[in-house]
Ligand binder design. Structure first.
Ligand SMILES: [Zn+2]
Length: 94
């Protein structure tokens, strides 16, 4: 199964969408979990990813050394809600 974003189901795309694991830092991790309506104790977050669509440009830093590769800052918190549109119809888009 290909990895996709927990919230919007986007897959990694060259150049614009990147997938990010839940951070190790417990405070930041909890903030991510709250954002996703998950529980850090009840839910297994290790297999989940959030895509870059939920973060602002300020949440990233760019490494000049490695061909301008983008990194998510270790204390970045998701702030943009985007959901997938499903044909079933119960999901809300944006
Ligand atoms: Zn996403």
């Amino acid at each position: 199964m290909a990895l996709s974003c927990y919230l919007c189901k986007r897959k990694r795309q060259k150049g614009n969408i990147t997938l990010h694991q839940f951070p190790k830092n417990i405070c930041v991790r909890k903030a991510w979990a709250t954002f996703c309506k998950l529980n850090t104790e009840r839910d297994n977050l290790n297999n989940l990813r959030l895509c870059s669509s939920h973060f602002t440009n300020n949440d990233f830093k760019t490494s000049e050394a490695e061909g301008k590769k983008r990194y998510l800052k270790h204390d970045a918190m998701p702030s943009i809600y985007i959901f997938s549109k499903r044909r079933g119809g119960e999901e809300v888009l944006f």
